[in-house]
Write a protein that binds this ligand. Structure first.
Ligand SMILES: [Zn+2]
Length: 74
């Protein structure tokens, strides 16, 4: 088993829906969508897995990519 660097899912290398390689290392993905994201920014995802084991618990990374300018009325 290995980890999908994009979404963090556990992926069986032998059953991976998609695979890619970056700097000599092989990555497996749960689906084409994750592979596409990885191929667009391989460094970003590759780095995050190398350091990631101690950073579990922050699952709100997706919100960083939405530049919404909503002013909240407080
Ligand atoms: Zn995935």
């Amino acid at each position: 088993m290995t980890k999908d660097p994009v979404c963090g899912m556990q992926v069986d290398e032998n059953k991976a829906a998609a695979t890619s390689s970056h700097q000599g290392k092989k990555y497996s993905f749960c689906g084409q969508d994750c592979k596409n994201k990885f191929d667009q920014q391989p460094q970003r995802y590759a780095e995050s897995t190398q350091q990631g084991s101690s950073q579990q618990g922050s699952q709100q990374k997706d919100k960083q990519q939405q530049p919404q300018h909503e002013h909240s009325n407080r």
